[in-house]
Design a protein around this ligand. Sequence first.
Ligand SMILES: [Zn+2]
Length: 137
Amino acid sequence: MDACPNCQSDTFIKAGIIKNRQRYKCKSCGYFFTTGKLGKRIDDYYVNKALQLYLEGLTYREIERILGVSHVSIMNWVRKYNIKRPYNTAYHPTYRILNHSELRDYFQKTSNIKGAGVLVTELGDKFMLIKWERFRE
Ligand SMILES: [Zn+2]
């Protein structure tokens, strides 16, 4: 995969997985397209992200919504890699999907990050911010 089939541009971003195929969105013309088969590296990228989010306390449905990977695949990966979450129902993280300037604005407000744990991870052309407020009282 090296060019958009619609306009031949080479600037495209990952936009989820459809029927086990990596989907891309062209940044020049907005066209969505998929590759033939999932490459090993792309596959690993989503496995890692999904397991990471699972460990952070997100539900299968939430991860499905964020990554565009079916919750059945995620459940299979959790089983395959034998991932166990520490038992803790006291808090649940909240998350937001932000672009770069929104992220910058977010961190400029001290009140947004004071008394909380925040983790930022890349997600396509945006960023995902996961926030815990377990320390806030
Ligand atoms: Zn294009």
